[in-house]
Design a protein around this ligand. Structure first.
Ligand code: P53
Length: 476
């Protein structure tokens, strides 16, 4: 039976702030992740005004990958990784974000890290901005509500493209740029864009403005990257949670369509280099006056991405309600529970078929190569007295998703570049800051309070995933 193509990029994914630690080492500046405390399911992480003594900031030490990466990459090599997705902490390269010259110690760290991957034939896959922009850009510039950030981001991108062009081929600009469609909560606006809202502020147009500047910055970065080295592959990164209608009532169908428009227009701009008409009409209906210049529109056209990277964890569902005659989608109010699927302990709806659906949705819309750069099951693992972790539930989750991914490739003809499950080694949860929400094949001995030896050990899923990769997905 045909399967995944030769050279399929099996691997694992992480982000700098969630595993590196070393938050002050090598001249690193404070990032937005450094001012977020630990939370829990239903308890949001507190975003503090700078680093306050006595609070628990889990990203400061994380799993100390900064010092232990050689040991960890050796384990990734043992798993058989063809690629390893991580991000470059912007604050290691430009500690405050507005400097004109980069920090050499930060650049050197990633040189060494990439060399260590390449030593084992593991291709680094790199995200430029993964929830870790310099905090200084928040306090001094208001985050991405400020157009000045475009130049700073492009400077950062240009420096790292030039430096690593012969070590890194695959790049992505902004991680899950569309999370901020959920603008009523504080987490996504802050992690995506460094946005802090005033009480009572009309958040929605601010979100669109920040996202616009990021999309322009992304396009200019893509253009710069191509000029530096045309063989670079630069993608976008979208959080895909497909939104189903709760029923086949026509208004539920329309509600789901509008919801998809409102969560995924970001991909249209990244891929097609222009805004979809439905969004321009929405701006007009709502009276949003956004700073979108002729130069911006030209820039967007010149920086279309090479591929679509996306995360997939869960699907959503929505329905029409009488108090919403225009069927407008508001992520904080419009979602309903799907009675046909189970949920994780963190309330994430488990839906392997939704991955096949998402792959087809992207492919039908854009006909660009796709890369699943995150997928996984956050769960509480129990270490037995002999040190083993029997995470059969994780194997079951990943196995079911890979089977659906295979159908999308083999039966539906989707062009898929690779698959990098999230948190291949246990790390700090982005959403809650917990250690106990684990995704890894490799267990890290550390708890939510920061206690533990930081020792690494293999879980049951380690051997399973090793075999999946060794057989190119034939042996599930
Ligand atoms: P955690 C929400 C919905 C889907 C993906 O998430 C999300 C989020 C934000 O929490 O984030 C991505 O750690 C993100 C990673 C993150 C991972 O999913 O909250 O790109 O940084 O760790 C899993 O369980």
């Amino acid at each position: 039976m045909p399967g995944f193509k030769e050279g399929f990029l099996w691997g694992g994914a992480v982000a700098a702030h969630q595993l590196e630690g070393g938050w002050k080492e090598g001249g690193k500046g404070i990032s937005v992740a450094d001012v977020m405390t630990v939370g829990a399911h239903g308890v949001p992480r507190e975003i503090t005004q700078g680093v306050i003594q006595g609070k628990n900031y889990p990203n400061h030490e994380a799993i100390d990958f900064y010092h232990r990466y050689k040991e960890d990459i050796k384990l990734f090599a043992e798993l058989g990784f063809k690629c390893f997705r991580t991000s470059i902490a912007w604050t290691r390269i430009f500690p405050k974000g507005d400097e004109l010259e980069p920090n050499e110690a930060g650049l050197k760290f990633y040189d060494d890290l990439f060399d260590e991957c390449l030593k084992y034939g593991i291709e680094p896959v790199i995200t430029l901005s993964h929830f870790e922009m310099p905090f200084h850009l928040v306090t001094e510039y208001g985050g991405w509500r400020n157009r000045k950030l475009i130049d700073m981001f492009v400077r950062f991108a240009t420096v790292v493209f030039k430096r690593y062009q012969h070590k890194v081929k695959y790049w992505m600009t902004f991680n899950e740029i569309n999370n901020q469609a959920n603008f009523h909560e504080d987490f996504a606006p802050f992690t995506n864009s460094g946005l802090k809202y005033e009480p009572g502020e009309d958040r929605e147009p601010v979100m669109f403005q920040a996202a616009h500047y990021e999309l322009v910055a992304s396009a200019l970065a893509v253009k710069a990257g191509r000029e530096i080295n045309p063989s670079l592959q630069i993608g976008c990164m979208i959080a895909m949670c497909p939104i189903y209608p709760l029923s086949c009532a026509p208004n539920d169908i329309m509600m789901a369509m509008n919801a998809m428009h409102r969560r995924y227009w970001f991909t249209d701009v990244h891929v097609r280099g222009k805004y979809p008409q439905h969004l321009l009409n929405y701006f007009e209906r709502r009276g949003f006056e956004l700073d979108i210049t002729e130069e911006d529109i030209a820039a967007l056209k010149q920086g279309c991405v090479d591929y679509i990277g996306f995360s997939y964890y869960m699907s959503f569902a929505t329905k029409a309600t009488p108090d919403n005659p225009q069927l407008d989608y508001d992520e904080s109010k419009s979602l309903v529970s799907n009675p046909y699927v189970q949920k994780s302990d963190w309330g994430w709806q488990i839906d392997p078929v939704g991955l096949r659906y998402s792959l087809n949705w992207f492919w039908d819309h854009y006909q660009l190569p796709l890369f699943i750069v995150e997928n996984g099951f956050g769960a509480i693992d129990v270490q037995e007295s002999d040190g083993t972790v029997n995470d059969q539930y994780r194997i079951d989750y990943l196995d079911a998703h890979i089977r659906e991914m295979k159908k999308a490739v083999v039966e539906d003809g989707v062009d898929l570049m690779g698959y990098t499950p999230w948190g291949c080694i246990d790390l700090v949860s982005a959403g809650t800051g917990e250690m106990k929400k684990r995704y890894g094949f490799i267990f890290v001995d550390k708890d939510n309070e920061g206690n533990g030896t930081l020792n690494r050990s293999k879980k049951k899923s380690f051997d399973w995933y090793q075999k999946v990769i060794a057989t190119n997905g034939a042996d599930l």
